[in-house]
Design a protein around this ligand. Structure first.
Ligand code: ATP
Length: 233
């Protein structure tokens, strides 16, 4: 079954073309890494899939529906880059707000607080959290409703190494996942498929295993990706 359908999507910011004719499909239960250099259009693509901004051209469907529809909001999770939970609300109130919005049992909040080692900050205002703890709270808010489809923009930013491992284990339990990351080891741990974009164009998409097989001699995976980004196949 198709979870994400993107056809000929174009997005402009003024005269800048951020996405230029992007088309791909993601089947349900597939895990994809979204790779590409700074400014490639990764965050823009994720925002469109999350229904936060609209493409200027093309079609986007999540489970055959408009990404901004109420039905899709229920089954979709989205972690923006540099996510900023409600600064004036405490950790617990941020999570309770999401729980009530999403109709989630409040017990789930406490499970996630324990897994992410956030319980001791429960009454801290989000604005007073360290950057890493803010990121942990944002991750908890994105996955609290156990979404069928999760979109993640640099989820491991700011996290210490043990927490990165904890979050990777949490995210491995997700059904359908699209993660933008600059950390290849994270992409490798979370995804089996790879979508490479640069300058708003898809440069390569397919299995991670196939990508690794494209090595010339001892060429590293980083080098293969750098080559594909430049359009050298
Ligand atoms: N709101 C905006 N207004 C104008 N230009 C924008 C806006 N958002 C993004 N852009 C531009 O669109 C292009 C794609 O940006 P985007 O944030 O999608 O890239 P990215 O691949 O996520 O980059 P990074 O890896 O650095 O986070 C960039 O040239 C960026 O400057």
């Amino acid at each position: 079954m198709l979870c994400i359908h993107v056809s000929n999507v174009e997005k402009r910011y003024g005269s800048l073309i951020a996405l230029n004719g992007i088309s791909f499909d993601i089947n349900c239960n597939e895990k994809w890494a979204l790779l590409g250099p700074n400014g490639a259009g990764k965050s823009t693509l994720l925002k469109i899939l999350a229904g936060l901004i609209r493409p200027d051209k093309g079609e986007v469907k999540i489970m055959d529906k408009d990404p901004s529809s109420v039905e899709i909001k229920k089954i979709l999770g989205y972690l923006p880059e540099d996510a900023d939970p409600f600064p004036g609300l405490s950790v617990i109130d941020n999570l309770k707000f999401v729980a009530s919005l999403r109709n989630v049992d409040e017990n789930k909040i406490y499970d996630l607080l324990d897994i992410l080692d956030l319980r001791r900050y429960i009454n801290y205002k989000a604005s007073t959290l360290s950057r890493g703890n803010k990121q942990k709270l944002a991750i908890a808010m994105a996955i609290l409703h156990e979404p069928n489809i999760i979109l993640l923009d640099e989820p491991l930013n700011y996290l210490d190494i043990p927490t990165q491992e904890t979050v990777i284990e949490l995210l491995k339990k997700m059904n359908t996942l699209l993660v933008s990351t600059h950390i290849l080891s994270v992409a490798d741990k979370l995804a089996t498929k790879v979508l490479i974009i640069s300058n708003g164009i898809i440069r390569w998409m397919g299995d991670f295993v196939e990508l690794k097989k494209m090595a010339n001699g001892n060429e590293s995976i980083e080098h293969i990706i750098a080559r594909l980004i430049k359009g050298y196949y």
